[in-house]
Design a protein around this ligand. Structure first.
Ligand SMILES: *Cc1c(COP(=O)(O)O)cnc(C)c1O
Length: 370
């Protein structure tokens, strides 16, 4: 068996920026959720993504939860949610006691289909909010989605957990809607070991999110709470890791793109193998290189062949409307998400891979066609 290759893994800066910021936090004893790193990480993140305001939180899931709360989503409200995604996109809808309705994807983007979204508004004209996802760093067709949400007066939340460093028509993903959500979980393009960020143009809303995320303490000497609170604020230690990681984001995107191009050069002439869609308006971060298989080689064949040589590949996310927990909720139109799931594989996309590693992976895959 060869050396282990993971799908993705944390990749700290070669210079040790993260440790410098964490050391600063230790030296000043700012170990908790207050401190310079949290404030600076928010500012630097907002600058990098050209978003106006940002709140650093413990996870991307927490950011989605508070985005829904800020959007005014309450019990029995309808929230339209992209079906093809990771469950963390949908779970917070349930935390708010609201009702998800799952929306199919568009083959052209792999993300929310604008036509299906229109259909959804016909069935549920008063839906409160829409959550779109920029899956695997591919951007949704935001012009269409923004237009439809405006027409129907729905709050737009972008789950950009996988798309830090991805642009749509030159503008950073996560900055088109009312709220944008990012994740620094261990598998994402940069990581704080665990963490999230909520961005918005609305200063008041972001201030409110910071308030909720620190237990909703009213301004009083005694402990007083007029609203329900959450313990969702990012710690100063983790924000230090984030500041260091942010410095190498461009480098990571460049390597991810290199990995994608490498696979494309080696594998694109294999019969029935197609790469994820490329659109002229999309500058992806290539977080994961994903393929579709429409010939006699199936996703399981590739995953098993790689596994035998200690290499990790994974299926595409299983759509939410097919999940046992979410099955009872409505689903709007089509089988695109389902077919992307059934025919899809995520190839190893770890930025620490060498050319030798990539060649080894491609050799195994090509072997299946011989
Ligand atoms: C990772 C991820 C999340 C959740 O982020 P956490 O920081 O792990 O809570 C949400 N949505 C998508 C699409 C993700 O990939």
């Amino acid at each position: 068996m060869g050396k282990q290759i993971l799908l993705v893994s944390p990749h700290m800066s070669e210079e040790g920026f993260e440790q410098d910021f964490v050391k600063e936090a230790f030296d000043s004893n700012w170990i908790t959720s207050l401190g310079k790193n949290v404030d600076e990480f928010e500012k630097e993140f907002a600058l990098k993504t050209e978003s106006k305001h940002a709140a650093a939180l413990i996870t991307g899931t927490a950011a989605i939860h508070l985005a829904l709360k800020a959007a005014g989503v309450e019990k029995d409200d309808i929230v339209f949610c992209q079906s093809l995604t990771f469950s963390a996109t949908a779970n917070p809808i349930i935390y708010q006691n609201a009702t998800p309705v799952f929306i199919d994807s568009d083959l052209k983007t792999w993300n929310m289909c604008p036509l299906a979204l229109e259909k959804a508004f016909e069935r549920y004209p008063h839906a409160k909010a829409v959550i779109v996802v920029h899956l695997y760093g591919l951007s949704t067709d935001m012009d269409e989605i923004v237009k439809i949400c405006k027409e129907h007066n729905a709050v737009l939340i972008e789950d950009a957990a996988e798309s830090l460093g991805s642009y749509y028509k030159g503008k950073h993903t996560g900055t088109f809607g009312d709220y944008g959500v990012f994740s620094f979980n261990g598998n994402k393009i940069i990581t704080t070991s665990g963490g999230g960020m909520l961005v918005s143009q609305d200063k008041g809303k972001i201030e409110k999110v910071r308030f909720w995320s620190t237990q909703s303490k009213d301004e009083a000497r005694h402990y007083q709470h007029s609203e329900i609170g959450f313990n969702y604020r990012m710690s100063n230690i983790l924000a230090g890791i984030g500041r260091g990681q942010l410095k190498v984001l461009d480098r990571r995107v460049a390597k991810k793109k290199y990995i994608f191009e490498f696979y494309k050069k080696e594998l694109s002439n294999l019969q029935g193998l197609e790469f994820m869609p490329e659109n002229s308006w999309n500058e992806p971060n290539f977080w994961l290189t994903c393929i579709q298989l429409n010939g006699k080689i199936k996703p399981i064949d590739i995953m098993e062949a790689l596994e035998k040589d200690n290499i990790e590949a994974r299926p595409i996310w299983k759509p939410m409307h097919l999940q046992p927990f979410f099955k009872k909720y409505d689903h709007i139109a089509g089988t695109v998400a389902e077919s992307l799931f059934e025919n899809g594989v995520c190839l190893p996309s770890d930025t620490k891979m060498t050319d030798e590693d990539l060649k080894r992976i491609c050799l195994i895959i090509k072997g299946l066609w011989e």
